[in-house]
Design a protein around this ligand. Structure first.
Ligand code: MGD
Ligand code: MGD
Ligand code: SF4
Ligand code: MO
Length: 768
């Protein structure tokens, strides 16, 4: 019997615990890890054949340098790092001489399951005297964070939903059956369905797999959530459904909110959303009857029209009804290490957008590079992200990567972004290093899993910690090996003070704390866990900021620094993961950053007051609403590049109602063109009559080029951001409206059809 090894799935941000069997460098069998304290053995279909994540023809095994003709040549690590360091120095010195902020832009910094590299990349950004950071969160979640800042006092205060214990689940703009988003989603949804005492409402234009098993489905017109939610809130207030006790005890500003809601023209807004009043009344009845409602949201509202306003109204739904801070409702959660920060109100000088939680909108990355402004971004540093496929407006993003004075990509694979970069640095995969996720959103007990490597790094690759450390050595900022070794030998209790001494010798080292930990504490850690040394600081931070919760989780009476050490040791010695904080329910109020939740957010109440159905008429040239990036059975962001991974949907089909296809003379299986104001792409068509009339859908997670086995490369499925524009975005957070892109369908031309068919066959040939 082959041995089972403990790891986790990294194909979505749940990171379910896995056990896998290996044959050399391949993963041959996958099953759920019953010992994982959160997922308890659960896994979905995507985790099977996980081996293709790290085991495919496009893995990078040597640094690459761009030639004048745009192709790449292999170079040694020494050459790549020396040349990159020289250019970074030059840019940093020029910035200093000009007295301008660092013209370095950091893109990415971690994916669905790999957050170990982010601390090191952030070190480089700081050393470059820069703070312009763009990533996936800033094209989906920053509107939500902004609202949290307004309500709870900090953008780093983040909400969780208690699906397991609710008696009413409201699924708003998400499809957990396919996308998950909360633990053990399919199991949790089926449990609700089979329990006569529990209910589910789905608010989604499409009759999703989740809607199919719900008690009530409100199939609203795409882009009208703010109208529907505004009307629902107005009805709740009108019916006396607000929880006055909760509002009095925990909140302020309700009167202003009530005054705004009283002005909502309920019938006109429901007519605009095209949802029947009696269905909405039924939804309100279910909400008011619920003892514990929890609201689960995601991209349908966050990447929909009025994104930040939607996030506000969604939160008001549970706050006004008192479904907050109790078992089965929405809650806040702790952090081992916060994945994003608080906001300072600072704005980009170039675009005027606010840094939310420390992030600038992904949608403004290209503008920050392509601008003529003296403070433009000159160096683009991309780590664990593929913006050439995943940021809106592919052509502009590609132009920006090419236009940067220096573009460097740190990735495991030769991505579309890597293909355009000046240098590409090959990282070891998540199965080849110690790794973890900081997407730890549980309450009242929160969990953390530190995964051990399954294999050694692929020859030629390095773990991120080592890549950045060698770069800093090249930059001449690291202390001598001898000085580092002396600190490494000293007892841990004195570590912080000694690190401070190293920084005092050269103040610019303050940016490098993670690197200094890697080179001092790192070598003392067991089994080559050096790269995760920064977790030590996280463990101490957690122990210092929530000692009682950490003690409870560990079952210990240790306190002070000893508690931090115990937490760190527990993390290192719990391969399936460990609880790191256990709160009592009423301790939730200690996580707020102000005394009371501030319900009235003037900017958003103004926005609500300005909503006007008449101003939202669709452009007759683009009458359809395109869900541009749907989650399906076999897509997983840009993580699985090898087409062999997929069991279904090999071409990444456009889904449309049969009638919508017939209207352009097409049938399921045909090649059709999807046209938007930004572009036109040709895709395979499939029928899906669960879509709302007028709604069509393309999948996320395609459009990657892959070696075709014949010495060439072939693109697998739609590059959906050829259809989007970075300017189609939320006014506050800059998040794109990907779930509601105005579009039309056209028949493909004969030439387009022939080409698409040929590419599809080339992909199919790779799959066999
Ligand atoms: N299979 C799979 N799972 C994934 C991922 C993946 O790539 N593949 N990616 C992961 C990531 S990074 C994320 S962020 C999540 C995203 O998870 P979800 O947000 O759940 O996934 P989506 O399919 O993008 O969109 C959700 C729903 O929004 C609906 N929608 C479209 N327009 C509107 C609208 O105007 N209003 C409302 N209310 N709904 C609308 C769509 O019909 C769709 O059902 O999934 C994660 N899980
Ligand atoms: N049109 C449209 N665009 C979208 C979306 C949509 O719905 N529609 N969804 C958006 C959302 S919600 C998200 S989250 C983003 C996701 O888009 P991105 O933030 O770009 O992230 P991923 O697609 O997860 O790509 C992860 C990259 O990390 C690399 N990688 C994997 N493991 C490692 C590692 O250990 N080290 C390093 N250095 N690299 C590694 C992978 O090879 C891959 O290139 O896409 C967004 N873009
Ligand atoms: S739910 Fe997400 S993390 Fe869990 S097995 Fe599926 S893809 Fe992997
Ligand atoms: Mo995402």
């Amino acid at each position: 019997m082959a041995e089972w090894h403990t790891t986790a799935c990294s194909l979505c941000y749940l990171n379910c615990g896995l056990e896998v069997q290996l044959d050399g460098r391949r993963i041959t069998r996958v099953r759920g890890d019953k010992a994982h304290p959160r997922s308890g053995g659960y896994l979905c279909q995507k985790a099977q054949r996980l081996t293709w994540y790290g085991d495919h023809a496009d893995r990078l095994t040597t640094p690459l340098r761009r030639r004048a003709d745009g192709t790449h040549e292999p170079v040694t690590w020494e050459t790549a790092l020396a040349e990159i360091a020289a250019k970074l120095r030059e840019v940093r010195d020029a910035d200093t001489a000009a007295g301008r902020p660092g013209s370095f832009g950091y893109v990415g910094g971690g994916g669905q399951g790999n957050h170990s590299g982010g601390a090191y990349g952030t070190s480089l950004m700081k050393w470059m005297n820069a703070d312009r950071h763009f990533n996936a969160l800033s094209q989906e979640k920053t509107g939500d964070f902004w609202v949290n800042g307004a309500l709870f006092g900090s953008t780093a205060v983040h909400t969780a939903e208690d699906v397991e214990h609710c008696d009413l689940l409201v699924v708003l703009g998400c499809n957990p059956w396919q996308a998950h988003g909360f633990s053990n989603a399919r199991h949790a949804l089926n449990t609700i369905k089979n329990d006569p005492g529990r209910r589910m409402i789905v608010i989604d234009p499409r009759r999703t797999e989740t809607a199919e098993i719900a008690d009530l489905h409100l199939p609203l017109r795409p882009g009208t959530d703010a109208f529907l939610l505004g009307a629902i809130l107005a009805l709740i207030v009108e019916r006396g459904g607000v929880d006055t006790g909760f509002l009095a005890a925990r909140t302020e500003g309700f009167a202003e909110v009530a005054a705004a809601l009283a002005k909502v023209p309920v019938d006109a807004w429901l007519a605009h959303a095209e949802v029947a009043r009696e269905d909405v009344e039924r939804a309100v009845g279910l909400i008011l009857a619920a003892k514990a409602m929890t609201v689960r949201v995601e991209l349908g509202i966050q990447q929909g029209r009025h994104s930040t306003l939607n996030s506000y109204l969604e939160k008001l739904l549970y706050l006004l009804t008192g479904n907050f801070g109790r078992t089965g409702t929405n809650n806040l959660h702790s952090w081992l290490m916060p994945l994003w920060g608080g906001s300072t109100g600072r704005r980009s000088e170039l675009t005027g957008f606010e840094y939310i939680g420390g992030l600038l909108p992904a949608n403004t990355m290209a503008e920050e590079v392509l601008s003529e402004h003296d403070h433009r971004v000159r160096v683009l540093w991309v780590e664990s992200s593929n913006p050439a496929n995943t940021f809106a407006g592919t052509h502009d993003v590609e132009r920006a990567i090419r236009a940067a004075e220096l573009a460097v990509v740190v990735d495991i694979a030769y991505t579309e972004t890597a293909a355009l970069a000046d240098y590409v640095l090959p990282a070891a995969s998540q199965h080849e290093k110690w790794e973890f996720t900081l997407f730890t959103f549980e309450w009242p007990t929160n969990y953390f899993q530190l995964r051990r490597p399954l294999f050694d790094p692929l020859p030629g690759t390095l773990v991120e910690a080592e890549i950045y450390t060698r770069l800093f050595a090249e930059l001449g900022v690291l202390p001598s090996d001898e000085a580092l070794a002396t600190v490494a030998r000293a007892p841990r209790a004195g570590l912080q003070a000694r690190l401070k001494e190293l920084v005092a010798q050269l103040p610019e080292r303050a940016a490098l704390l993670p690197v200094l930990l890697y080179r001092t504490l790192g070598p003392t850690l067991p089994d080559g866990a050096a790269a995760v040394a920064p977790l030590w600081a996280g463990a101490h931070r957690a122990a210092a900021t929530m000692p009682v919760a950490v003690q409870r989780a560990l079952g210990t009476t240790a306190s002070g620094p000893a508690l931090g050490e115990e937490l760190f040791d527990r993390i290192l010695t719990s391969p399936s993961g460990t609880p790191f904080s256990t709160h009592t329910q009423d301790e939730i109020w200690t996580l707020l950053r102000r005394d009371r939740i501030r319900l009235a957010v003037p900017a958003l109440l103004d926005w609500l007051a300005e909503l006007d159905p008449a101003a939202e008429r669709p452009d007759p040239a683009f009458p359809l609403s395109l869900v541009n990036g749907q989650r399906r059975a076999h897509n997983a962001n840009q993580i699985l590049r090898d087409p062999r991974w997929r069991r279904t949907d090999p071409d990444g089909a456009l889904r449309a109602r049969a009638a919508e296809l017939a209207a352009i003379g097409a049938e399921p299986g045909d090649w059709v063109a999807v046209v938007t104001a930004a572009g036109r792409i040709v895709v395979r068509a499939e029928a899906d009559d669960n879509l709302r009339p007028g709604q069509v859908a393309l999948p996320h997670g395609y459009g990657m080029a892959h070696p075709d086995g014949q010495g060439d490369r072939v693109v697998n499925g739609p590059r959906i951001n050829l259809l989007t524009s970075s300017a189609d975005r939320d006014p506050i957070a800059g998040t794109p409206h990907h779930k509601d892109v105005p579009a039309r369908l056209e028949p493909a031309t004969d030439a387009e059809r022939a080409r698409a068919q040929r590419d599809s066959e080339r992909v199919a040939a790779v799959r066999v």
